[in-house]
Design a protein around this ligand. Structure first.
Ligand SMILES: [Zn+2]
Length: 502
């Protein structure tokens, strides 16, 4: 890129490029001492609080809520018992027709109501399945092993859900307990919502919204979706993305039918028709488009990095010219700037010598904000039109959803993600909004008008991030300590009433 950068800088030299730099998200310098959290959290004994959170997280990881089958009532009762220690009542709300599955809702009411809606601290209790035999011996998905990292000397707790997402669910529970213990004056309600079944069918969130919405009243939510990754975009720099948007989905079955027959004589039947349709789908051009959150994150990364890289990343026009090829070359980055089309499986084959009368393929399309599922579906149907016997059935569709990042909750999360990292000796960090390529329960909350932010307050390496849904998932005590500080401070800054306690 450097040669191209130099050539281009010569071309655009001067004011025109400088004028199109992305504006900063929030003030670059914040008077830390003036924040409500600085004053109200002064009595916190952070190391003791971190010890307690780490022990509680270990118990939560040992509570088997692997989904399927889920058994989330177990996890909900564990969180309810932690809240009860500080006198906070929680409702464990069973899902319809299944006493083993439940959501949890607990509320700290505003002491000096300002009329703002509740801040909801959201998590899912269930975790994905794990292949225990692939995990290190003695450090299985439900064993709650605690080890010491050889390199850093830091303690690690192992278990399915350590990152996705029992760590945030537990930290949110601790935040509620600390708000109660410190008897902080609240200007808005704070609600803890821990739901079942996010990893399979979102039955928990669907039920919470359908039957218990009146108990929630959220206008803002903090949920999973973003985290800090060391060296994600620039070597030696942590880039911390707070998820403000999630791509939509269009899931379809492409079906081909024809006369069944003998495999010995190749004549065009259902399988050949399906292949022709899939050839067209594979060659279907999907132009790139950069969501504003990505420009903003790149600008923050560039500002921190400085130099030529910084100059380019802070300017959307130069990103389009110089950095987009790199994005498109890398699958994870490419998914952030295109409507993706992924053929994910097949059905219908019988025996090698039997041509079936029907075969089909599943196609998973993920759509950027601004791309309507109906428009893509119409385009897809037109693409395969004219191939005899081929049809497209919709399995599910949902448009992308986004929340604005010019918002006090976003700013508080961004500030404390950065401040807590710097206080912990992590000098190089850039924080910005990000679009998530997959979706979480936040997509359902955003449909109800809630501003949702994906913020798991941990900083991990790429390898550690890959343990989510993979093998050997773990989280360090340092992350738990820093995460508690970041989350509690951010929550206090957005919910504390103006008067101080005495
Ligand atoms: Zn998750």
């Amino acid at each position: 890129m450097n040669r191209r950068v130099a050539a281009l800088l010569a071309l655009v030299a001067g004011a025109s490029a400088a004028a199109c730099a992305t504006t900063p998200l929030r003030p670059r310098v914040v008077d830390e001492a003036a924040l409500p959290s600085a004053r109200l959290l002064a009595p916190m004994a952070w190391p003791t609080a971190a010890d307690e959170a780490f022990v509680d997280l270990r118990s939560y990881l040992m509570s088997d809520t692997i989904n399927p089958p889920g058994n989330e009532r177990r996890g909900a009762e564990l969180l309810a018992a932690l809240l009860a220690k500080d006198g906070i009542e929680a409702a464990v709300l069973e899902l319809p027709d299944d006493p083993t599955r439940a959501n949890l809702i607990a509320r700290l009411p505003a002491t000096q109501p300002s009329g703002e809606g509740a801040l909801c601290l959201v998590s899912h209790i269930d975790v994905v399945t794990a292949e225990a035999a692939r995990w290190p011996p003695g450090r299985g998905p439900l064993e709650g092993a605690v080890t010491t990292d050889e390199r850093s000397g830091d303690q690690l707790v192992w278990g399915r859900g350590a990152l996705d997402m029992k760590v945030l669910g537990l930290l949110e529970t601790e935040v509620l307990r600390w708000l109660k213990r410190l008897q902080l004056p609240l200007r808005r309600d704070v609600v803890l919502l821990a739901v079942a079944d996010e990893e399979v069918a979102s039955k928990g969130m669907v039920d919470a919204i359908a039957r218990h919405w009146d108990k929630l009243g959220c206008t803002h939510a903090i949920n999973e979706g973003g985290l800090g990754i060391d060296g994600a975009l620039v070597d030696g720099q942590v880039s911390f993305g707070i998820s403000v948007a999630e791509k939509g989905v269009l899931w379809v079955r492409v079906k081909a039918v024809g006369e069944p027959g003998h495999g010995s004589t190749p004549v065009p039947r259902a399988p050949q028709r399906l292949l022709e349709a899939l050839d067209r789908i594979r060659a279907w051009p999907r132009p790139w488009r950069v969501h504003p959150s990505i420009y903003q994150l790149l600008a923050e990364v560039g500002h921190e990095a400085g130099g030529v890289t910084g100059y380019v990343l802070e300017r959307p026009l130069l990103v389009n010219w110089l950095a987009i090829d790199r994005f498109l070359d890398e699958p994870a980055a490419s998914a952030l700037v295109t409507d993706t089309v992924n053929i994910t499986g097949f059905a219908g084959a019988k025996e090698p010598n039997v041509v079936p009368s029907e075969v089909s393929a599943l196609v998973d399309m993920r759509l950027l904000p601004g791309t309507a599922p109906a428009a893509v579906l119409a385009e897809l149907r037109a693409l395969v039109a004219g191939i005899e016997g081929v049809s497209v059935e919709v399995i599910d569709q949902r448009p992308a959803a986004e929340s604005p990042w010019d918002d006090p909750v976003f700013r508080a999360l961004a500030h404390h993600a950065e401040a807590s990292a710097r206080a912990d000796g992590i000098a190089r960090i850039a924080v910005g909004p990000v679009l998530s390529p997959g979706f979480t329960d936040s997509i359902l909350l955003r449909e109800r008008g809630v501003r949702a932010y994906g913020f798991v307050p941990v900083i991990v390496t790429r390898a550690e991030a890959a343990t989510m849904h993979g093998d050997g998932e773990r989280v360090s005590k340092r992350n738990v300590a820093r995460g508690l500080k970041a989350l509690l401070s951010a929550v206090v800054d957005v919910v504390a009433a103006p008067t101080a306690p005495h």
